[in-house]
Ligand binder design. Structure first.
Ligand SMILES: *Cc1c(COP(=O)(O)O)cnc(C)c1O
Length: 401
């Protein structure tokens, strides 16, 4: 991450195609567009890249999560299980539909803990949404088994793990629906954009219509199309899709660079006894967008973070006090600070957050450091970063004994 680091002629060329024809919209205007259908081409490229039957582009990753839930029929009063460690988009997308986010502990994978999921299931539970944070995944076999047992929808948020795989399948293609974000800081970017991917053609048809006001997309006269059901506007523009089209073709190269840099950094820390790496479920291959490791406790992690800062090691994060990614700082969610009234059903359903504590999540997040892997680093820069990181950690842990 992030794809913008390597912008170049390929992205410029695709954008110029769109500007030359002047058709900035993905639908219609067939005669004017000189044969350019960037959104359609990007959808086809995503299908090929991830070996999945359908891809639907939308305007953001947050929109992708809302669309994923809506097209599987999740709405008012339904409970959706999601992790305590994610991005605020997870509960935003659930609540937009009038559904209830049920926050559940993570484990040493830094994603949903299957045992904690089981405890959270009620008759109102309709979906489980693991979020593959920081380049790696939840234990998908176990979560899928829970979904099968309780007849629940499995939505994978793969926004931070595009290119990762589980038992040979792309992350995002294992559940009923998968979500990607192509916002400015993701591994591949459209500037703003997102996608849902699925092998279920009913869900896909729903997504195609729902993300464009319910348009059925039959024929070539938009005004004459019918609307089988209510929708919204979550369309991506051709300009954004054009950037993504150039980026998806470069994704294999991006993933290779991420892995090369990840391996160098990991190797440098691997023999430090106080460092343990996050658990990757058996059969999983990380996207290598981040390197994640645990230290013995919060104090050590904080001291290492201070040492990193003093030594110019940027883009590493301890999420314990982070405003955007971890429940501890989500007062606006716990207090339901909304600009508009929230239904009594959702208020009741979320009351648990006033008192519930998440010691298990706290324990993992406190000790974790996540280091973003940049693609624009030279190999020399990665190697000197690796040496510095090692030195800082050794220094801190030796002063603690
Ligand atoms: C980025 C991100 C999103 C939201 O994507 P946007 O395109 O920024 O709306 C959702 N979930 C996760 C895990 C993300 O990292």
């Amino acid at each position: 991450m992030p794809g913008f680091e390597l912008f170049g002629d390929a992205e410029r060329k695709e954008v110029h195609d769109v500007l030359d024809s002047g058709v900035l919209m993905r639908y219609g205007f067939d005669g004017m567009r000189n044969g350019h259908w960037k959104a359609k081409e990007l959808e086809a490229a995503l299908q090929t890249q991830f070996n999945v039957q359908h891809a639907q582009l939308v305007s953001s990753g947050t929109a992708a999560v809302s669309v994923a839930l809506a097209i599987t029929g999740i709405g008012a009063g339904d409970e959706v299980i999601m992790p305590t460690f994610t991005f605020v988009a997870s509960f935003e997308a659930i609540m937009m539909l009038g559904a209830i986010p049920v926050l559940v502990d993570i484990d040493d994978t830094l994603t949903l803990d299957p045992a904690a999921i089981r405890k959270a299931i009620t008759p109102k539970t309709k979906a489980i949404m693991p979020v593959h944070m920081c380049g790696s995944m939840a234990n998908l076999d176990e979560i899928k088994a829970i979904c099968d047992e309780h007849n629940l929808i499995l939505v994978e948020d793969a926004c931070q793990a595009i290119g990762g795989t589980y038992k040979g399948k792309a992350l995002g293609t294992i559940g009923d629906v998968g979500c990607f974000s192509f916002d400015f800081v993701k591994t591949m970017t459209c500037g703003e954009g997102g996608a849902i991917i699925t092998n279920n053609s009913d869900f896909y048809t729903n997504a195609d219509h729902y993300s464009d006001h319910g348009h059925d997309h039959v024929g070539n006269d938009r005004g004459a199309e019918t609307h089988p059901f209510l929708g919204y506007n979550f369309r991506i523009s051709e300009l954004n899709a054009a950037v993504g089209l150039a980026q998806v073709r470069r994704l294999p190269e991006f993933l290779e660079i991420q892995k090369k840099h990840y391996d160098i950094l990991r190797e440098a820390l691997a023999d430090i006894p106080q460092v343990t790496f996050r658990t990757v479920p058996e059969g999983g291959v990380e996207s290598c967008a981040f390197l994640n490791f645990f230290l013995p406790d919060l104090d050590t992690a904080k001291s290492v973070m201070t040492g990193f800062k003093e030594n110019g090691i940027d883009v590493c994060f301890n999420y314990y006090d982070n405003n955007w990614h971890y429940i501890r700082k989500w007062e606006h969610l716990k207090d339901l600070k909304s600009l508009y009234p929230i239904s009594q059903e959702v208020r009741d359903g979320m009351q648990y957050l006033e008192t519930k504590t998440f010691e298990q999540s706290d324990q993992y997040i406190a000790r974790n450091i996540s280091c973003l892997i940049k693609m624009s680093w030279t190999e020399e820069e990665v190697r000197s970063r690796a040496i510095k990181m090692r030195e800082v950690i050794l220094n801190v842990v030796s002063s603690f004994v």
